[in-house]
Write a protein of this length. Structure first.
Length: 227
């Protein structure tokens, strides 16, 4: 892989800078994607590893940032396969209006905006973002409540646990995660050989173990015992 010469500066739209749902890293990731998409290559085909090398983070963290940015309506990821495993390109959905060098002042309309200049579509995006935010909060709360019933020591305002809920929901969807959480909780204390998880973050960290455990249990029709 050729070494990437980093850009002289990065551009972060104010919408992303001020979006409380996003992390600081998300802004950096968007700026790098924009650099590839609009300034450097004409399109962004960079891998998560390449983007991570520019922002000084990990590929996994970049993957999470891209997911949040796409859910927020700031980017669109295009894939070569239906299962969305092989990414083809990342498109930026925020554009910048240019200000004439002869203008002494900046017009109030000269702002960053989503690439669809149509005001109606912009309002639709904002509406969807609000609806997404409200529904996501409820989904996280519902998952936290499931674990709280099993583990009353769980704090609802624990950011680590809420983050784990959000990442699992983003990776799959709420109903699948909820179904898995119910199954995970059901085997706690009933089978000493089952993986242990009393919180969402522990379930997230052991998700591969639980998937293998339940797959084997379904296949054999018996309680799975780990060596």
């Amino acid at each position: 892989m050729n070494k990437i010469i980093p850009p002289d500066f990065l551009q972060i739209p104010y919408q992303i800078f001020s979006d409380e749902r996003l992390d600081k890293l998300d802004g950096y990731v968007y700026a790098v994607v924009y650099w590839f998409d609009k300034l450097k290559d004409g399109k962004c085909t960079a891998s998560n590893v390449t983007i991570a090398s520019v922002v000084g983070s990990s590929a996994a963290s970049v993957a999470n940032s891209l997911m949040r940015l796409e859910n927020g309506g700031y980017i669109k990821r295009l894939f070569r396969d239906e299962k969305r495993r092989v990414r083809k390109q990342i498109k930026c959905l925020v554009s910048y209006k240019k200000v004439s060098s002869t203008d002494e002042t900046v017009s109030s309309t000269d702002e960053t905006y989503h690439s669809s200049t149509d005001e109606e579509k912009k309002n639709t995006i904002n509406k969807k973002r609000k609806e997404y935010s409200a529904s996501r909060v409820k989904e996280i709360q519902d998952l936290m409540d499931l674990f709280y019933q099993f583990n009353p020591a769980l704090k609802f305002n624990n950011t680590t646990e809420r983050k784990a809920c959000e990442e699992m929901i983003e990776k799959w969807d709420f109903e699948k995660v909820k179904h898995m959480a119910i199954k995970v909780i059901s085997v706690q204390g009933t089978d000493k050989f089952a993986p242990r998880a009393s919180t969402p973050s522990k379930m997230w960290n052991k998700i591969a173990e639980f998937a293998a455990y339940f797959k084997a249990a379904q296949k054999t029709g018996k309680v799975v015992r780990r060596a």
